[in-house]
Design a protein around this ligand. Structure first.
Ligand code: NAD
Ligand code: MG
Length: 392
């Protein structure tokens, strides 16, 4: 019997996760197909992907001139503010890969869930900002599967033996997120104060987009992942822990009530969690190489140094209070990272900028999407003003 096509819409196809997803879908082959792709500023790359994969739809989300995009015949072009949502809810789409970086991916993620799609979620900021809304949206039949390696590991540990997430969750004592510690794991705060953009972009174990690389250096990435885990697994912040594991082979662990800990291990390669989010509950051969057991592996775990990495304390506070806090801290962080990448603030200014925005905002526990987006704009402006004040 012929298996029906599994159409994938890749939002953020030109990025690091997007390109890894293209690799996975190409290697899975029939019945998997790239149905739609989106790109923002890398117009040439979007054209090249479209010519290789001949998707039904390509979306150009920036205001770059669409005439500069060379699409194959048969690929329909979408532009404008609603392009991502239109692609995400198209009836032909089975799985949406949410691989846009930052808050910009929120509306399409919400729309895909509302339309009852399976969403493979890499875009952690969507959950950090819209956690309560995304959580509610899943009740409409949408399915949210983690792509972030830590959350994929936790998901795999909790559903091991074919159980449901709800069953696994009943006996969870702690979710233990692992962190590589980033490029500054062994740096002093004084050294971090003078860190250059290149220093901060040099991740020891993962090759990723620029924004998440800076987040890894401040450990705000782990902080965002704590908040992501809180919403994704609907678990209180008190049940989440972080440990540093420099080799990035143990992707995370779950401690159960009886004290038993399960972990998921594989080399650091995002193609494995991406594929699992697409094919779950099936496991298929994967192009990501398996762990080479012919050589010795050192797997070490160490506690986080919260004094040198204050982002985590901040994120745990956000995970505890929920509501509008996620939107404010995420926007402040996006703005501060952009300012750092632009050479306008120091590396060690990023987390204080987020703290300042969190403390200057009036917390609300049950915000609408409109309010979250309003606060997103407010927090960006607040950080911008704050940075000008510092330079004065
Ligand atoms: P990237 O910078 O390499 O790619 C980002 C993608 O988003 C690009 O396709 C870009 O065109 C698109 N984009 C950027 N701004 C946009 C906007 N305003 N509107 C629409 N599209 C826009 O980033 P990445 O490393 O692939 O990360 C993507 C997401 O996945 C992030 O949320 C990141 O935290 C998460 N993630 C990444 C990794 C990784 O290994 N790279 C691992 C785990 C989670
Ligand atoms: Mg991660």
């Amino acid at each position: 019997m012929a298996v029906s096509t599994r159409n994938v819409a890749i939002l953020g196809a030109t990025g690091s996760i997007g390109r890894a997803t293209l690799d996975v879908v190409r290697s899975l082959g029939d019945p998997w197909a790239v149905w739609g792709v989106s790109g923002h500023s890398r117009v040439d790359e979007l054209g090249q992907i479209a010519r290789q994969d001949t998707p039904a739809v390509a979306a150009l989300t920036s205001d770059a001139d669409p005439k500069s995009l060379d699409l194959p015949r048969g690929t329909r072009l979408l532009t404008g503010p609603d392009a991502l949502v239109e692609m995400a809810v198209a009836p032909e789409v089975d799985v949406v890969m949410a691989a846009i970086v930052g808050r910009a991916g929120l509306e399409s993620t919400l729309a895909a869930l509302e339309a009852g799609k399976r969403v493979a979620l890499a875009n952690k900021e969507a959950l950090v900002v819209g956690g309560p809304l995304v959580h509610a949206m899943r009740k409409n039949g949408g399915e949210l599967l983690p792509v972030d390696s830590e959350h994929s590991a936790i998901f795999q540990c909790m559903t091991t033996g074919g159980g449901t997430l709800a069953e696994g969750k009943k006996s969870v004592r702690k979710l233990i997120l692992t962190s590589s510690g980033g490029p500054f794991r062994t740096w002093t705060t004084a050294q971090m104060r003078n860190a250059s953009i290149d220093d901060a972009l040099k991740h020891p174990t993962w090759n990723m987009g620029r924004k998440i690389s800076i987040d890894s250096a401040t450990m705000m990435n782990k902080g965002l992942e704590v908040i992501e885990a809180r919403w994704l697994f609907d678990i209180p912040a008190e049940k989440i822990e972080v440990v540093v594991h420099p080799q990035s082979i143990i992707h995370s662990m779950v401690e159960f009530e009886d004290g038993s800990i399960l972990a998921q291990l594989s080399p650091p390669d995002m193609r494995l969690p991406i594929q699992y989010a697409l094919t779950y509950p099936e496991r298929m051969p994967c192009i990501a190489p398996p762990l080479d057991r012919s050589r010795a592996w050192d797997l070490t775990l160490e506690p986080v140094d919260h004094d040198r990495f204050p982002a985590l304390k901040l994120a745990f506070e956000v995970a505890r209070v929920g509501g509008t806090a996620g939107s404010v801290v995420n926007a402040a962080n996006e703005q501060a990272v952009a300012l750092f990448l632009d050479g306008q603030i120091r590396f060690t200014d990023i987390v204080p900028a987020c703290r300042m925005a969190l403390e200057n905002h009036q917390h609300e526990s049950d915000p609408t999407l409109q309010r979250l987006l309003q606060l997103d704009r407010w927090a960006r402006a607040e950080v911008q003003r704050w940075s000008c004040g510092m330079q004065a």
